[in-house]
Ligand binder design. Structure first.
Ligand SMILES: NC(=O)c1ccc[n+]([C@@H]2O[C@H](COP(=O)([O-])OP(=O)(O)OC[C@H]3O[C@@H](n4cnc5c(N)ncnc54)[C@H](O)[C@@H]3O)[C@@H](O)[C@H]2O)c1
Length: 241
């Protein structure tokens, strides 16, 4: 039996990187997949026989229309992966208000809007799994990315709070904390000439693939993780050990 047979999954930021890998992994395990992004996610959706919706996670109205479209097609949403995110370099001494607002809007408010739009549907169904993508930047300090770290720490707190609130309704909420994952997001490190010095600090000795993260997210999306809620799932090659 496929591990996500018949489950309806919504993955934000699924046009590339980890979100796209999760779309492929979920579909291979029988899920009905919705991919959303501000980039074109049509190619990924076509590959997985799923649906692409252009969607900015900072926009509450767009969340409402994505959710109502899925409800009218399938009646439920079983899995939400709040994956969309941005990473910009900037410590306290090199940040401005614009960088801060943009990072918080996408990485933190986007997750808030996603949970507020989808959790009521899951509560109505008495089941659901929400996976919020934080980072190792949500587990420790990051000198070079102040707003990013703030947003990812927030996601961790929001996840724990929602897990407690939604548990009586059968809805599970977990955060994942990837380390250094080989996706287009790492271009920022390349541009700053920082990638090799970051990679050298990974005890396992290499950057993870998006597929390795997708394997963990699949577990959290599936009923195999039925007793996991409020958890922080680290996938970082021992970087924060
Ligand atoms: N790559 C890493 O090393 C790493 C490490 C830890 C956590 N993460 C987190 O993993 C998640 C996925 O990142 P990735 O590595 O696949 O990077 P990525 O840049 O390849 O993918 C991010 C996706 O989010 C989308 N996105 C950005 N802003 C959006 C918005 N306003 N609305 C909708 N979609 C939007 C982008 O278009 C892109 O497709 C992010 O939340 C990121 O912060 C990444």
């Amino acid at each position: 039996m496929a591990r996500l047979a018949g489950k309806v999954a919504l993955i934000t930021g699924g046009a590339r990187g980890q979100g796209a890998a999760e779309a492929r992994r979920f579909a291979a395990e029988g899920a009905i997949v919705y991919v959303t992004d501000i980039l074109d996610g049509q190619p990924v959706a076509a590959e997985v026989d799923g649906t692409f919706v252009e969607h900015d996670v900072t926009d509450a109205e767009q969340w409402e229309s994505v959710v109502s479209a899925i409800r009218s097609d399938h009646g439920s949403i079983d899995v939400l992966v709040n994956n969309a995110g941005i990473f910009q370099l900037g410590g306290v001494l090199a940040s401005d208000r614009e960088l801060w607002d943009r990072t918080i809007a996408i990485n933190q408010t986007g997750v808030f809007l996603g949970m507020t739009a989808v959790a009521p549907v899951m509560v109505e169904n008495g089941a659901g799994s929400i996976i919020n993508v934080s980072s190792i930047a949500g587990l420790r300090g990051v000198a070079v990315a102040h707003a990013y770290a703030a947003s990812k720490w927030a996601v961790r707190g929001m996840t724990r709070s929602a897990a407690q609130e939604l548990a009586p309704h059968g809805v599970r909420v977990n955060s994942i904390h990837p380390g250094i994952i080989d996706t287009p997001m790492l271009q920022t490190f390349d541009d700053a000439g920082l990638r090799s010095s970051v990679t050298e600090r990974i005890p396992l000795g290499y950057e993870a693939t998006a597929e390795q993260v997708a394997d963990m997210v699949l577990f959290l999306a599936s009923d195999e993780s039925s007793y996991c809620s409020g958890g922080e799932f680290v996938i970082d090659g021992a970087m924060t050990a």
